[in-house]
Ligand binder design. Sequence first.
Ligand code: ZN
Length: 401
Amino acid sequence: MDIGGAEKSIEQGFRLSELRKRISSPEDWMRKRWETNIVDGFSRLDNIKIGNPKIEKLKDYAKNLDEKFEYLNKPVGLTAQQAELLMSKIPKEDRDAGFDATILSLRKETNYLDELEEVGISAALLTGLENGKYKAFVLFLAPDSIFTKGMKKKGVMACYFSILDTVVVPQKAPTSEEMWLMLATEGRLPEFVSSLDHELTHDLQWSKGQRAIMLGLSTSQQVSYFSLLQKYGLLVALSVSSAIGILSRRLARKLDNDEMLAEIHAYEASASSPSAMDNPTDKFQIAGHVIHEYELKSRIIEDALRAYDSIHLLRIMGLKDKKLGELVTRARFDEDTRTFPRLEQALIERKNDWGIINDEDFEKVTKALLAQHDMELRFQRHRAQEVATRELRRETGKWFD
Ligand SMILES: [Zn+2]
């Protein structure tokens, strides 16, 4: 936070001198600093003279910040010990039903699971992640499979095979009990969920036509993991996919998605969920990770950061992952401007939608939207903790009241 930002926030009724008196510990100081940054994010919205309903909504959001800060400062969850004690009182066979009630409440009362809705994870939490109905085929490998060992050795939590439209997961999904405990104690879901969200986001980046052409099929033919699996079996299906993958990268580069952009989008998507235990989580970590781990030799970190900013701005201005995936589909990197013109175009359309005509207003609005996004991540996580705790207490009460 710079001094200018702090001074501005005084206009918002946030008194720095009073604040200093109230600060007692480093955590307290960090929290206050975060609050000041959030307030600062909204501080220039009032100068905007556009009469757009979206901007009005944002201004309204800014009016209730104090209420949200107050709620965030109130402990609502449990310690691990407390949560485990409560869980131990619920008969094992009733734990799935209790967790389902928690998920249903989260879907009804909060926006906590919104990011996981489009990829089918939100619904799958009710059926068990291993039985979810996803758009892509999700294959959970047996622990002793050679693929499991190979993937684990490389530290891969899950992998998406675009041509087969298949996500391969070399591990067991977390149980309802594990997820429920984590929600009540941390307001998060296991890293497994972030990984699955990441891989299923890749699925949204591919068109049917792309897959068909890469497999050498006509677009009218059914392209699915099942058809290959039935015909050739798993080993062949997987090795065919990697062989075609290599071939397609060499011969059909024009059809492929841009790897940097696809990865930036997938990481940005999973990190945008309040449930995320994702690593990396912020834009510098994500950009650095994508450039280094994927050996993108022709790209530099600034390219990845710019791609992240475009995707993230489009998201906070209202685009969902399906639409973002369509934009990523075959988007091309322009070497001269070092941008993706298709994303730049989409940003112009979003600006029009918000009634923004100059850069200054755009900066004010995006600053506020970033603050809102940051606030919502914490707010929804807190709500999730509260709901999971309430349901855990209620379920326990059923047996021991
Ligand atoms: Zn990926």
